[in-house]
Design a protein around this ligand. Structure first.
Ligand SMILES: CC(C)(COP(=O)(O)OP(=O)(O)OC[C@H]1O[C@@H](n2cnc3c(N)ncnc32)[C@H](O)[C@@H]1OP(=O)(O)O)[C@@H](O)C(=O)NCCC(=O)NCCS
Length: 385
């Protein structure tokens, strides 16, 4: 297999991008990544596009439109949908194609544009990503499903709702330092505890927002990166996993099997253990998810994730910086873009461009992104060179 590297990255702001079309923001992020890598568009051999609800902005099959805008309409593209995990799954497929030697340079772009559709539409359509027959149709949208996990965690491990609130406070603290973040504001535990209940025990500030946005990276072979020059980071591990689609099929509500499967594969490929990871961008669609993720990824033992948050061990430049970008909670969650956006953050961190939110002396970063309540998952590990 070829060694695979990230050679450049770009992103739009996340948030409400009502003035631009889905094609506009896809192109903006892709052009930013191409310019950042310093490659000629003609060197880009193919595109991987992750998107879930292009239909909401009247454009599906976005790849050929992007390629036409880039002036390389003869190049192939592939659209990938894997709910909120679309970005990392698309990244994985692009990775596999470069590793296999099919292409030496690709663009991987994730995009979503939904804020113009309103809360009712978005909540309903997002619920189509659950096991709709058993969950969405019965009235359990994502806040409700993650609330079930939160309730189980509170009962099983003696955690408190304030513990979950601390996750939100930390991620908003990091997101405040991120110029591209959707909810760029500092909050307190009282703000979280006093915010409206969305699905008990989760409150408004325990939830990620609905966001628009696009993120893009240039992926290439190590040979291409070396010949080309410029800052690059190596993709040293890649793993995927699955879980029963509906929560009722799971043995436990406080663990996500697909995370463990994907992480084990990625650690094995990279030849490292969780202790070697300096920082991680994890899927914190709701505060409970970040706690469960950090345990399933092996950073903390089961039930000890909340203790770690209480002790500030996941804050920026502590034991392990979790979500230095602000995470889905504060940076935002444009669902098709999120997994690629996490790679953008890791690239920025490992190439020394993360500004005030820099994780000091970091050399190994991890991304973790899943679809729905973790029915599908991908984990990637990156190493500075
Ligand atoms: C929690 C949620 C229902 C709130 O949506 P909403 O009721 O439509 O909120 P609105 O857009 O009307 O915004 C109302 C206010 O709350 C703020 N807000 C919205 N979502 C927020 C969030 N998640 N966290 C903090 N503030 C939020 C808005 O900025 C706005 O503030 P303002 O009045 O100062 O401008 C929605 O964000 C949600 O469902 N989030 C989860 C998304 C999801 O499930 N994603 C997939 C995960 S697997």
């Amino acid at each position: 297999m070829e060694k695979v590297c990230v050679l450049g990255a770009g992103s739009t702001k996340y948030g409400n991008l009502a003035d631009d079309s889905i094609v506009d923001i896809t192109t903006q992020a892709s052009v930013a990544a191409i310019e950042d890598a310093g490659v000629d568009p003609k060197e880009v051999k193919a595109a991987y596009i992750s998107n879930v609800f292009g239909v909401a902005d009247k454009q599906v099959h976005i790849g050929p439109v992007l390629m036409s805008n880039l002036g390389i309409s003869d190049r192939p593209s592939l659209s990938i949908e894997s709910a909120c995990g679309s970005g990392s799954v698309s990244f994985r497929e692009a990775y596999a194609n470069v590793a296999a030697g099919f292409y030496d340079c690709l663009v991987v772009t994730g995009v979503e544009k939904v804020t113009h559709t309103g809360t009712e539409w978005t909540t309903t359509y997002f619920a189509y990503c659950s096991d709709f027959f058993y969950e969405g149709q019965a009235g359990a949208s994502f806040p409700g499903l993650f609330a079930s996990m939160a309730r189980a965690y509170l009962t099983e491990f003696g955690a408190t709702e304030e513990d979950f609130a601390r996750v939100a406070v930390k991620n908003h603290e990091n997101g405040f330092l991120n110029p591209k973040a959707h909810l760029k504001k500092r909050i307190t535990i009282d703000d979280v505890m006093g915010s409206p209940v969305i699905a008990s025990p989760l409150k408004l500030f325990d939830c990620c927002p609905f966001s628009d946005g696009a993120s893009s990276v240039i992926l290439c072979s190590e040979k291409f990166a070396k010949e080309h020059g410029g800052d690059y980071v190596e993709v040293s591990g890649s793993g995927r996993g699955g879980s029963p689609a509906a929560l009722q099929g799971r043995e436990h509500l406080t663990t996500i099997p697909s995370t463990k499967i994907a992480a084990d594969a990625a650690y094995k490929m990279a030849g490292i253990t969780p202790k070697d990871v300096d920082f991680a961008e994890v899927h914190d669609c709701f505060t409970i998810a970040e706690v469960v993720d950090t345990e399933d990824l092996g950073f903390f033992r089961k039930g000890e994730g909340v203790q770690a948050v209480r002790e500030g061990r996941t804050s920026l430049n502590s034991d392990i910086s979790i979500n230095p970008s602000g995470g889905l909670k504060s940076k935002g969650h444009p669902i098709g873009a999120t997994g690629v956006g996490q790679v953008v953050e890791v690239y920025d961190q490992l190439t020394g461009r993360a500004g005030e939110r820099t994780v000091k002396d970091a050399n190994i970063g991890l991304t973790h992104n899943f679809g729905a309540t973790g029915a599908s998952c991908a984990v990637h590990i990156f190493q500075g060179v």
